[in-house]
Each structure stands twice: as structure tokens, then as C-alpha cells.
Design a protein around this ligand. Sequence first.
Ligand code: FES
Length: 139
Amino acid sequence: MYSDKVIDHFENPRNVGEIKNASGIGTVGNPKCGDVMRMYILVDDNTKIIKDCKFKTFGCAAAIATSSIATEMVIGKTIYEAVKITNRAVLDALDGLPDTKIHCSLLAEEAINAALLDYSKKKGIVIEGLKDIKCDFRG
Ligand code: FES
């Protein structure tokens, strides 16, 4: 069953929405279930600290809960710290997910990565550890 944290973040998701003039936007999808997660980050270009992060997710309860907690984990971190956030860290922050829903937490890691990738391309900077996400559902 879902942990209290998962239920809390599903019922009261944090940082839902979009950021106008976002520094980076990442959209990823799970081809198996069709769920889609879009993440917006606002980065201070001088300090490289992520000042704000919002998301829109069309997906299951686990996808919404992982999106929500991922935004909280990202805000206040530098882009170099944020790229190191793994789905394991997201899972731990939620006190776990049922085995059949673990794949949902991958979307959060990929969405953060995709938003950082977008930012790095726009700014022409290198963020070590960034993956070149292939599943981009931007439309
Ligand atoms: Fe699709 Fe959870 S079932 S992300």
C-alpha cells in the first residue's frame, strides 16, 4: 500500500503548475502506461541555484506524488546538485512505493534531468552527469 507521504503528496501536491519564463522545461513520458510529466525550473544564472520548480503530470497517484516531492527536493539546490537526484532518493523521500509502482518514480528523475538538459543547452553549459534523455514528449 501507499505510505502516508505518498498519499499526502498525491492529495496535496506541491508546486503544481507552470513557470512563465522558465529557465528549463523537461517533458518525459512512460511509453508503457502513457503517463506524462513536465517539469519547469527557474535558475539563478549567477549562482546556478534552482529558485523555483513546478510540474504538470498526467499520470497515476505515484507519478503525481513523485513529481510533487521531486520539486521540493530540487528547489534550493544548484543545477549540479539537482542532477544527482536519483529515483532512489525520490523513493526514499516518499518512504517507498509498492514494487509495481517503482517505475513511476523514474519519471521524476528523468523529468529533472530533461529540464536541466534544456537549461544546459540554452546556456551552452556542461552539467556533469546529465543524461541525453531520448523520450521527449514535448508537444
Ligand atoms: Fe504510469 Fe505510474 S502507472 S507513471
